[in-house]
Design a binder for this molecule. Sequence first.
Ligand code: PMP
Length: 391
Amino acid sequence: MQLSNRITGINAGGSDGWGIYVMAGEMERAGHDITHLTIGEHDIKTDPIILEAMYRAGLDGHTGYAFGAGNPGLRERIAQRVSARTGVPTTPDNVLVVPGGQAGLFATHMAVCDPGDSAMYIDPYYATYPGTIRSCGARPVPVRAHAERMFQPDAADLILAARPGAKSLLINSPNNPTGVMYTADTMQGIARVCQDENLWLISDEVYDTQVWIGDHLSARALPDMAERTLVIGSMSKSHAMTGSRIGWIIGPEDALEHMGHLATNTTYGVAGFVQEAASFALDQGAAFEAKIAEPFRRRRDLVLKQVQAQNVVRAIPADGAMYIMLDVRATGLSGEAFAETLLKQHHVAVMPGESFGAAAAGHVRVALTVADDRLEAAVAQLLQMAPRKAA
Ligand code: PMP
């Protein structure tokens, strides 16, 4: 039986970029001790106090169908949080609870793109972006952010890509995979392009609690942008709740009402006991979130120090998120070849930059997701692959 072009085309027939990750898993099953620096998942589990709140909520009866758009109490808390963090007045009607940031990426693109419409996103990009856009029947249009500009997108490039008639632009700051946070100038340039070219801005802010340098600027807080911006938030990274599948979309009321209909007709909401646990977790406040983020800040500093002690591999000095991007072009290897050799010879798994788009070729992404000493040992092995150049 014939499947739809839409579903068979999600991965566009190409590699999904997970080759090294899969190979590392196979080597581990064959008995090798592999250091996994690939996926963005904490080395701690969800805090037991959140799990207890989830269990209590279940016992209290939150086991039936929940409100499709999110429980009123949770939407209220999210609205308060967003108002306080961004300064943009936000009510529960501006909030839709979704099962994770990924569901938010899908729902927002469904909301703004008709089949065949062009949806722009910045390359390097989080691995699911093009597949998510294709899942919605839209056409993914990558716009390169260049290593030479520290991966800050350039407004002129965005205009060129938008001119043939794009509907939306997806951005992500702090960024996965680069760790870069967009500067105020970059953000203002993005806002101008969205206004001039009449684009929706979809802003993936799932790393907004992992900020090492400066302050996070939410796209919705830019002048005159709230009406055309949809922000995606998630508790995966901020509260180490990746498996609970809980996140949100913030945007104009009417857009959210329609996305609420999409939720009714797809997920039918998020488990009530998870929503209650999420409310409890948000009530733990900023100190709790800082505690979750702290190991990544510390490890970022450790890795930067190690890399700065040699002169072949160059680090992009991450402003945020749980990754460090390393430029390995001076070794003469592609990111893929470098990652494969590192895995086979040293049993350290990192993601090749090529998995995140053409703009990150010749780079590797190191996830800061193992204990400090193990991370330091793995990075030392990685740097051994890059013989020192004479100064
Ligand atoms: N956006 C980015 C940039 C991510 O890195 C991730 C997860 N790694 C997601 C969205 C999706 O996260 P979740 O669905 O767990 O909220």
